[in-house]
Design a protein around this ligand. Structure first.
Ligand code: G6P
Length: 606
């Protein structure tokens, strides 16, 4: 969690860092802060709450600097307040931190015994105190940074600003960190995500673990990498930055989430093009070279629901057994892992700590590991034996929408490759056309957003929501409820429609809403389940097949869908109705849709 940025260059570093932080707010927005040098002293400005609060303070002072570091926080150690905000600053240095120092407590006790005083409750300040101690003992900054880094346990990235020299230092272990340079303009940056660098640099560098990055405007390359022993390091990967500046804005949409919902048809088309006819076909066939006897899927949140959709594809189409588990449970459950099985990890960010740990566990047990992931170069991407990129572009809305659709569809393409569907021209055409049809139907559905808005307006004040679905619509019920909880802060549950009567039905009364997800399959059974809720005075909102008077007549509000020809892809179609529903309920509730309270997009802590 947390986003960190550092900049040196001709532009006003404070503005550059604030812009970078703004783009990293998806990683946490409990507080924000910046540090820079003024009149030979390190200055720090930090404030609890979103970046706007910090900007308010900075607007009152004259701020210009040619080097600056900044941080946007998702609190782990220590409550949300100004003191616990980053940067942490001493006489000599300022630091920002992303990650967790697992042995912070014992290090802190030891230092306190030796008279060190701490201002904050954070683990991050412990690293700063270690660096300071090294400096006070006469060590140079490089060895102070590296020796202290060896002492801290856990996954962390640090960026350090030094009072006496003009460089910025950065290093990391199992945490995201990327540097970028523009030789044209002389800007050099470091950040938690390439996205923060869009429009400012042309080349990006991913340093390896324990590689020390030195950002220095006076060096020819603007950046130099070192091993911990001080020798120059080649352990980094560089590539051109491919993220457009346009993707960093909402365009004409009021929210990133809405923009991302509307991007889905285009993304589905290009995903099919890429994997069926384009360069991705090879990666897909390579991933299908290993025919697993059993697949273990592990993921978190929305990605884990995409895993449930993929399980359905693999089991029904490929007849390969799949265990889908929450990564946070998987890692501590001593799962039975055997040769010939594969681990499949689904993640938008590729940085979710529990998902990474699950991958590591599978790898240690000799399983081949495969990622379905959005962020190229992320830790999951680097650690897996093979990757399938979901090609969703940057997803900013904290509540995942387009990534879910692309993850599930990438799973479908993998199942097609495993099934030999991509080797036969006739079958290739079928699958490609089905993806195009899904994109077309979603286009049509999006044009009817006002209808969903009208339904949301009628029910948004209800006490609670049950999303129900059977079979392949069950994962969509879970995902629909999650979306509503995340962005509208209302209580919602996803249930297998047939299971409701085994307990939850006790909650049904006239203040409860049932969002019935009714596909053409198991129609009669699903209708009976809706009847059971109706009989107990629950309000029925049904997303169901057009021209079906049975379901329409028992619904209070009905949104008709055209399922023909979509077959196994229909859950992804109905899910877009859920996304819009959650969006409109949240609009009526007036919540912070792109940055819902307490959440962060990338959860890099356990
Ligand atoms: C967080 C986000 C969710 C996301 C989950 C998994 O909880 O708020 O939207 O689904 O992490 O993230 P990943 O990046 O691994 O897909």
């Amino acid at each position: 969690m947390c986003g960190i940025v550092g900049h040196i260059g001709p532009k006003n570093s404070i503005e550059v860092v604030l812009e970078g932080l703004k783009r990293l707010e998806y990683r946490g927005y409990d507080s924000a802060g910046v540090s820079f040098k003024k009149n030979g002293k390190i200055e720090v400005y930090k404030k609890a709450g979103k970046i706007e609060n910090l900007k308010g303070i900075l607007a009152k002072i004259e701020t210009n600097a040619n080097s600056c570091i900044g941080h946007t926080r998702w609190a782990t150690h220590g409550e949300v307040n100004d003191t616990n905000s980053h940067p942490h600053v001493s006489e000599n240095i300022a630091i920002v931190h992303n990650g967790i120092i697992e042995n912070a407590h014992s290090l802190k006790i030891e230092m306190m015994k030796n008279g060190v005083k701490f201002k904050s409750q954070t683990d991050s300040e412990v690293y700063m105190a270690l660096v300071n101690r090294e400096i006070e003992q006469g060590n140079d900054l490089f060895s102070a940074i590296t020796e202290s880094f060896k002492k801290v346990e856990g996954n962390s990235a640090f960026v350090i600003l030094n009072k006496n020299t003009n460089e910025i230092w950065a290093l990391k272990r199992a945490a995201p960190l990327v540097c970028g340079t523009s030789k044209k303009t002389g800007e050099v940056l470091v950040s938690s995500d390439p996205y923060a660098l869009a429009g400012m640099v042309d080349t990006i560098y991913f340093p390896g673990d324990n590689v020390v990055c030195k950002l220095d405007q006076n060096s020819e390359n603007l950046i130099t990498f070192f091993e911990m022993d001080g020798t120059v390091s080649q352990r980094f990967k560089s590539k051109p930055l491919e993220i457009s500046l346009e993707s960093t804005t909402k365009g004409t949409y009021p929210h990133f989430m809405l923009k991302e919902i509307y991007e889905q048809p285009g993304l589905i088309r290009s995903l099919a093009q890429h994997y069926v006819h384009g360069a991705g076909r090879e990666a897909l066939n390579a991933s299908a070279n290993i025919i697993p006897s059993h697949v273990h899927i592990a993921a978190c949140g929305t990605a884990s629901y995409a895993g449930l959709v993929i399980k359905e594809f693999f089991e029904r189409i490929n007849r390969i057994p799949v265990a889908n588990e929450l990564a946070s449970e998987f890692r501590y459950r001593e799962p039975i892992l055997r040769k010939g099985e594969i681990g499949l990890f689904i993640s938008q960010s590729g940085e979710t700590a529990d998902t990474l740990a699950a991958q590591e566990l599978c790898q240690e047990n000799g399983l081949k590991t495969l990622a379905i992931v959005n962020v190229e170069g992320s830790t999951l991407f680097r650690n897996c034996d093979a990757n399938l990129l979901i090609k969703a572009g940057v997803e900013i809305g904290v509540a995942s929408t387009k990534a879910f659709t692309q993850q599930a569809l990438t799973g479908r393409l993998m199942s097609a490759a495993l099934n030999g569907e991509l080797k036969d021209e006739r079958k290739i055409k079928i699958i490609f056309n089905k993806f195009s049809l899904l994109a077309e139907r979603i286009d049509e559905l999006l044009l009817r957003s006002e209808e969903i808005k009208a339904i949301a307006q009628k029910v948004f004040e209800s006490k609670g929501f049950f999303f129900t679905g059977r079979g392949k619509y069950f994962p969509i019920a879970l995902e629909g409820a999650l979306k509503l909880k995340e962005i509208a802060y209302v209580h919602a549950e996803g249930y297998a429609a047939g299971e409701l009567k085994h307990g939850p039905i006790a909650l049904i009364d006239n203040e409860m809403v049932n969002i019935a997800l009714v596909g053409p399959e198991l129609l009669d059974k699903t209708i009976s389940n809706v009847q059971e809720i109706k009989a107990r005075k629950g309000k029925i909102v049904a997303f169901g097949p057009e021209n079906n008077s049975d379901i329409e007549s028992i619904s209070d509000y009905y949104f008709a869908l055209k399922f023909e020809g979509l077959d196994e892809l229909s859950p992804l179609y109905i899910n877009v109705a859920n996304q819009l529903f959650a969006y409109w309920v949240a609009r009526f509730k007036g919540t912070d849709i792109d940055k819902p309270r307490n959440l962060a997009k990338s959860v890099t802590v356990e």
